[in-house]
Design a protein around this ligand. Structure first.
Ligand SMILES: Nc1ncnc2c1ncn2[C@@H]1O[C@H](COP(=O)(O)OP(=O)(O)OP(=O)(O)O)[C@@H](O)[C@H]1O
Ligand SMILES: O=C(O)C1=C[C@@H](O)[C@@H](O)[C@H](O)C1
Length: 302
């Protein structure tokens, strides 16, 4: 009656707050969720690195999985439980990335929790003949994020990158996957000490830059991800009021550089040596700078 899963964080190519179309790529940094089912009828969440943080997202993820297991006979048939109505659970996450920093910790926490709950129910996900595929499991987490109000658009872009790995382009109004690609990049991440919750972002200012977001979407759908990121970075730093200094100091050497999510983190991609040079420059800014890579496996049970 226990399940564990681990989901990667992600960086941004296109922020979806302008048009509803977004794009993100999974990175090699993880949030892990552990779910223990019991018969208490109560769902209790705990965030290891932040005991006072809001646990409603992960609790709602467990609740939605249990509800869908209860209401869907095919899920019940595929699981080791006949009746889910009296189930309760404890869910605990542990994360390598800080929350509300632009690195999609909420999407990673939701995906890891959904997959850990399904694993605790013995429900198979991902195989060709499985009763639920990974995209649908991801949509449950997106629904939970909307229900508890931690997202502006639902963030299916971030959630799909974290669930499927690689880079995805999505329509967040329809929760539709427009494209997915497997890339292999070195990635430099800079996270300033402040936090920026996506739910607090100024969506009306982001909508004003829709023509630029449309250009970024075209570049991303053409596979020109680096240039897409850089245009996104300047556009959303302007709309959300972040300094463009980290972008300018990374250019022209990197392949792409952007504000990630609704900030405050920045991500750059390019050759390892180039990124090491940028890292030295970014280290003069207040915050944490680290090198990582893209990730293509997505969320996994462990
Ligand atoms: N590790 C975690 N465990 C449980 N819940 C989390 C975790 N990380 C984030 N959350 C939930 O998500 C909320 C923060 O969401 P938000 O979207 O602002 O952060 P983010 O995903 O890190 O940022 P961004 O969407 O800009 O990348 C938190 O208040 C919390 O409810
Ligand atoms: O909350 C949201 O809807 C989003 C938050 C950011 O991560 C964005 O990058 C993403 O495109 C959408």
């Amino acid at each position: 009656m226990n399940g564990r899963a681990t989901a990667p964080a992600a960086g941004t190519v296109l922020n979806a707050l302008a048009t509803g179309v977004g794009s993100a790529f999974a990175i090699d940094a993880y949030t892990t969720a552990e779910v223990s089912l019991d018969d208490s009828e109560v769902i209790r969440g705990e965030i290891a690195t932040a005991p006072d943080a809001d646990t409603r997202l992960i609790e709602r993820c467990v609740e939605l999985v249990l509800e869908s297991a209860d209401g869907d006979p095919s899920v019940i048939e595929g699981s080791s439980f006949d009746d889910h109505s009296s189930l309760g659970a404890t869910v605990r996450t542990e994360s390598e990335v800080p929350m509300a920093s632009g690195l999609k910790s909420s999407s990673a926490a939701a995906n890891a929790t959904v997959m850990a709950t399904l694993a605790a129910l013995d429900v198979e996900v991902g195989r060709e003949d499985a009763i639920m595929n990974r995209e649908d499991a991801c949509r449950l987490g997106v629904r939970a994020a909307r229900d508890v109000g931690v997202t502006a658009t639902g963030a299916f872009d971030d959630a799909s990158a974290s669930m499927l790995g690689g880079i995805t382009v999505t329509d967040n109004e329809r929760d539709e996957l427009l494209a997915r690609d497997e890339i292999s990049w070195d990635v430099l991440v800079f996270t300033p000490p402040e936090r920026a919750f996506s739910a607090d972002a100024d969506v009306s200012r982001c909508r004003r830059i829709a023509p630029l977001a449309e250009l970024v979407a075209d570049l991303a759908l053409d596979g020109d991800y680096g240039r897409a990121m850089t245009v996104n970075g300047f556009a959303f730093c302007g709309a959300l009021g972040f300094s463009t200094d980290p972008l300018v100091s990374a250019l022209p050497d990197v392949d792409g550089v952007s504000l990630s999510g609704t900030g405050p983190s920045f991500v750059a991609v390019g050759g390892r040596e180039v990124l090491e040079g940028v890292q030295e420059r970014w280290e003069s800014l207040e915050g944490t700078t680290w090198l990582t890579t893209t990730q293509t496996d997505g969320t996994r049970t462990i």
